[in-house]
Design a protein around this ligand. Structure first.
Ligand SMILES: [Zn+2]
Length: 272
């Protein structure tokens, strides 16, 4: 039987990374999860990277990452223009998200997950993945759940998941989709992109999120591949640079994401 996931929260507060910083997020706090400069941001086109505004060499980047879709892949996957560096920076994180989702025991009934699980396991066993494998194995823990009488009722094996890392990929996906929807990116000096697992967000305690969720569930669900990925999006009347997103992976794992002014801190990962 597969172990269960255990979310690891490594952040403690809302922070923004330095403007123009490019380092990929290993455990770093991720509010502004996609670092961008202002170059070309008001008029992105196919000659510029949607994430950082850089020019050649350019590639096509899939949002969400292509590796999440089992083969044969649908023809309607969404791509954006990305510089080679941004594309390469994200690839290990894309694979991390895939592995973390593919290993979830609760998704075993989904044929798409079984298909990507085989790939994820093969990739996991590669010699180049030795470090990741060690870290994964070290994150394994036994967790006992107790009943009301204090007796243990469930004995789980769990593995640790970096919430920051998986949310970074989802925020990056959000930035790419926002760009395709709007034909422009929000200005990086005033707006940020944040994402979190929906189960980690306390909607009742945040007016913006409660409002956003209500808007999203009036919006149609757009399915890119059934059982693999779908999203909902809502705009914000007072600011054309803002969007609210609900991403659903494998019909079960849901993330909420915002492209919002920096004063709006949600839905960044909260302290555990
Ligand atoms: Zn770039």
């Amino acid at each position: 039987m597969l172990p269960n996931q255990r979310v690891q929260r490594t952040h403690s507060r809302v922070t923004s990374r330095a403007k123009g910083a490019r380092a990929a997020p290993r455990g770093a706090p991720l509010t502004r999860s996609v670092d961008r400069t202002d170059r070309g941001m008001n008029n992105p086109d196919e000659r510029r990277c949607v994430y950082c505004g850089a020019g050649e060499p350019l590639t096509q980047d899939y949002v969400p990452p292509k590796c999440l879709f089992p083969e044969p892949r649908p023809s309607r996957l969404i791509t954006v223009t990305s510089c080679l560096r941004c594309n390469l920076d994200s690839s290990t994180h894309d694979e991390y998200l895939r592995t973390m989702l593919a290993m979830r025991a609760d998704l075993s009934g989904n044929p798409a997950v079984l298909s990507i699980r085989q790939k994820a396991v093969r990739s996991f066993e590669r010699p180049s993945q030795a470090k990741f494998r060690d870290a994964f194995n070290r994150s394994m823990k036994r967790v006992l759940l107790y009943g009301p009488d204090g007796a243990p009722v469930v004995d789980h094996q769990t593995y640790g998941v970096s919430l920051d890392r998986i949310c970074w990929v989802v925020a990056r996906t959000t930035a790419g989709l926002h760009a395709t929807l709007k034909g422009t990116l929000s200005p990086a000096d005033t707006h940020h992109v944040g994402a979190n697992l929906a189960t980690e967000v306390d909607f009742e305690r945040n007016e913006v999120l409660a409002w956003g969720r209500a808007q999203l569930f009036k919006a149609p669900e757009i399915t890119i591949a059934p059982g693999v990925y779908s999203y909902r999006v809502a705009g914000v009347s007072f600011d054309p640079n803002c969007t609210v997103w609900w991403h659903t992976f494998y019909s079960a794992v849901e993330f909420v994401a915002l492209v919002m002014p920096k004063q709006v801190e949600a839905p960044v990962p909260r302290a555990g």
